[in-house]
Design a binder for this molecule. Structure first.
Ligand code: ATR
Length: 289
């Protein structure tokens, strides 16, 4: 890369901790360069205790926008001037756009997931889906899917704080969308089996199965999967989780979380620049499968 930083260069970046491993600087700087945009994207190691101070500095420096990752997504919600409808409901922000000092918070994780479904060649609009997990990622996906027109979503999680938060989010989504939303625990395998039999797609939003615990899967009974079920995981390390391997054995189409990562970035890029990220180039360089 031979990007030249000038006196006019517009700043964007990522605030989180840790951030050094992130693929986002490569993805965005490559795209700026491909499109000839005088922008730069840097990763800043900033945790929640430092976030407010960092935001004040970035506002004074007139940053164009930035991404938030762990552990800053929830706190950022309270530091924004405005929120998108999905960010408001999810209570989390992964993208901020600065318009003349007004910081608007968005969450593009759900957009990224919905785009990845399309990219894999599937249509889930007007259909029923099942979601494993009720944390931050689940919330972003459920809210976006409900706003986009998925007709019914069944969510599974143990009884916990996440479960209670999801109950509140479901109530809000029911007021703002026509999606039917159900929340279950894992206690009865028969309920999970029934919900899956009525669903076109399953997504695992939990960390179960992520490296190094690659032998774990929330579903191990492959008779749970019908062959027309699309089984997806937001995990991309390992590339194929045990859940995806078992689903493939049952004859299901499967995909991992790599393109969700790509498309959440593409959505942020569009919000800052107004331009489409050159995803085919980015995909070839950084998201080879
Ligand atoms: P993220 O932002 O990546 O979604 P998170 O908000 O911590 O992370 O959410 C993780 C989700 O995975 C939660 O729904 C969590 O369930 P609890 O909050 O009830 O613990 C779920 N999860 C994590 N480990 C799990 C496990 N071993 N079994 C089932 N669910 C698990």
């Amino acid at each position: 890369m031979n990007q030249i930083i000038t006196g006019h260069t517009t700043l964007t970046g990522l605030l989180g901790s840790p951030v050094a491993h992130s693929i986002s600087p490569m993805m965005h700087n490559e795209s700026f360069q491909q499109l000839g945009l005088d922008y730069a994207y840097l990763a800043f190691d900033v945790n929640t205790t430092e976030l407010k101070t960092a935001i004040e500095g970035l506002r004074a420096m007139k940053i164009r926008g930035f991404n938030l990752t762990m552990p800053n997504k929830n706190l950022m919600c309270r530091l924004c001037d405005r929120l998108s409808p999905v960010a408001e409901i999810a209570g989390a922000v992964n993208t901020v756009v600065n318009d003349n000092g007004i910081f608007t918070g968005y969450t593009t994780d759900g957009i990224g997931y919905m785009e990845s479904v399309k990219e894999e060649g599937f249509n889930i609009i007007g259909e029923k889906i099942t979601v494993l997990g009720a944390g931050g990622a689940a919330t972003a996906i459920v809210a976006q899917a409900a706003f986009d027109g998925v007709s019914e979503i069944s969510i599974f999680n143990g009884k916990s704080r996440s479960y209670e938060r999801m109950e509140e989010i479901i109530e809000k989504l029911k007021k703002q969308t026509s999606c039917t939303l159900n929340l279950f625990t894992y206690e009865s395998p028969d309920i999970l089996r029934r919900e899956l039999s009525e669903s076109v797609l399953l997504v695992n939003t939990t960390s179960v199965g992520m490296a190094p615990n690659t032998d774990d899967s929330l579903i191990t009974d492959i008779s749970m999967f019908h062959k027309d079920l699309i089984v997806s995981d937001i995990i991309y390390n390992p590339e194929e989780t045990k859940l995806l391997r078992l689903a493939k054995e049952a004859g299901c189409n499967t995909f991992n979380g790599l393109y969700m990562l790509l498309y959440q970035g593409a959505a942020s890029f569009k919000l800052w620049t107004g331009k489409e990220m050159p995803v085919s180039i980015v995909k070839d360089k950084y998201f080879k499968r």
